[in-house]
Design a binder for this molecule. Structure first.
Ligand SMILES: *[C@@H]1O[C@H](CO)[C@@H](O)[C@H](O)[C@H]1NC(C)=O
Ligand SMILES: *[C@@H]1O[C@H](CO)[C@@H](O)[C@H](O)[C@H]1NC(C)=O
Ligand SMILES: *[C@@H]1O[C@H](CO)[C@@H](O)[C@H](O)[C@H]1NC(C)=O
Length: 363
């Protein structure tokens, strides 16, 4: 019973408070979140908690045929056409109609606007806005790569991003609990890897790398380095003990697939550069990663890595989490679309407007 209700909580898409129960985020962000939490989300959470703990059937399982929700994807992200997935087959979320057909504007329950594809106001729907319709701002880039935010205040009803305090929180990945298991690590004969496609000498991460490599060998893959084995990051990085999970810019909650897929999926200890250690610890155990801020200089970090290299026992301690958790890497974009759909289905008719988009996202 307990397992079941936890599962249904995890499935409850877009619920900021519920989703957070996955990790310490729940505890750490509770206060902050309850301040910013919208009435809408409180309503969702309390409804769902109540329903699942009392074993009532969920609303959309009632005898009435479930209402179909239409989610219109206004821009296909980065202009790339994709086949839309089926939310029921992929995520067991029924009653979702995903479409990119703009003729369905009047009947769409929600419209997803991918931030990077908004060029100017003439790109928005010009027809009147149905009162029930939710305009959802969708963005997975960091504020450093999200221009024009300040022009978009008062336009959208909900936000969807990697930030925990979004109306619809979709992280790049997360740990989920599973049955206790033995820790298995692939054979590791190499030391430090980094896959990088966007090399910019002005970026903090490149400057740090330039210092670090004075003291320790680092294998570079991607456009500026070696080719990946079979074009596969996880296969390639699995041979390494450490991975440089350096984000392209440093912002609250901005922790990308560099950590979840490149490092964790490859069972390489992530050396992270991004938000603070405190922020990382809201999502992952404190002893599962090394933060560059833990060391006063790249030289000291290099010395520590060499020390761990010689101490198998200490090195393996970084994988204690694997006994109880597994990694989920979020798949673009079906998971995002279906999560949006599920959120629309589980919320009522409360109205909300995101008035200060820039102020919030850049904070
Ligand atoms: C799919 O969802 C339904 C209700 O939403 C639930 O009863 C069922 O157990 C789920 N199936 C799987 C495989 O999770
Ligand atoms: C879009 O929807 C309209 C109205 O239902 C329909 O007539 C049209 O054929 C659809 N277009 C595509 C490309 O599916
Ligand atoms: C969405 O935001 C618009 C613009 O502020 C507002 O007029 C409308 O009532 C909101 N709709 C919902 C469903 O929240």
């Amino acid at each position: 019973m307990r397992g079941e209700s936890l599962l249904s909580l995890e499935r409850l898409a877009g619920c900021r408070l519920c989703r957070r129960s996955r990790w310490r985020v729940l505890r750490s962000r509770w206060l902050a979140a309850s301040l910013t939490c919208t009435i809408l989300v409180i309503y969702m959470c309390s409804q769902d908690l109540l329903l699942s703990s009392m074993r009532f059937p969920l609303l959309w399982e009632s005898s009435n045929p479930p209402r179909q929700v239409t989610v219109l994807i206004w821009y296909e992200p980065f202009g790339k056409r994709r086949r839309l997935g089926n939310c029921h087959i992929l995520f067991n979320i029924s009653g979702c109609h995903l479409t990119t057909n703009r003729s369905l504007y009047q009947e769409a329950d929600a419209i997803l606007f991918h931030h990077r594809d908004i060029i100017d106001y003439t790109d928005f729907p010009l027809m009147g806005r149905p009162t029930f319709q939710k305009w959802i701002w969708m963005n997975f880039e960091s504020p450093s790569h999200s221009p024009w935010l300040y022009t978009l205040g008062g336009v959208f009803n909900w936000t969807m991003s990697y930030r925990v305090d979004s109306d619809i929180f979709v992280p790049y990945g997360y740990l989920f609990s599973r049955k206790r298991a033995k820790i298995f690590l692939p054979r590791k004969r190499k030391l430090v890897a980094w896959v990088i496609s966007n090399w910019n000498e002005d970026h903090e991460r490149v400057q740090y790398y330039n210092q670090l490599r004075e003291y320790i060998d680092i294998d570079i893959y991607g456009r500026y380095g070696m080719e990946l084995r079979e074009d596969n990051i996880v296969k390639t990085v699995s041979e390494y003990k450490f991975y440089l999970a350096f984000e392209n810019s440093l912002h609250t909650d901005y922790i990308t697939e560099k950590l979840w897929r490149n490092a964790f999926k490859s069972s390489a200890v992530p050396i992270v550069m991004g938000p603070s250690r405190y922020n990382y610890e809201m999502f992952i155990p404190r002893n599962s990663f090394i933060h560059v801020d833990d060391f006063s200089s790249p030289r000291k970090l290099a010395m520590f890595l060499k020390y761990l290299d010689k101490n198998t026992h200490l090195y393996r301690r970084y994988f204690t989490w694997k006994k109880r958790y597994d990694v989920h890497v979020t798949s673009f974009w079906d998971e995002h679309y279906c999560t949006a759909c599920e959120t629309v289905k589980t919320t009522g008719n409360q109205h909300r407007t995101v008035s200060d988009l820039a102020g919030w996202f850049e904070s």
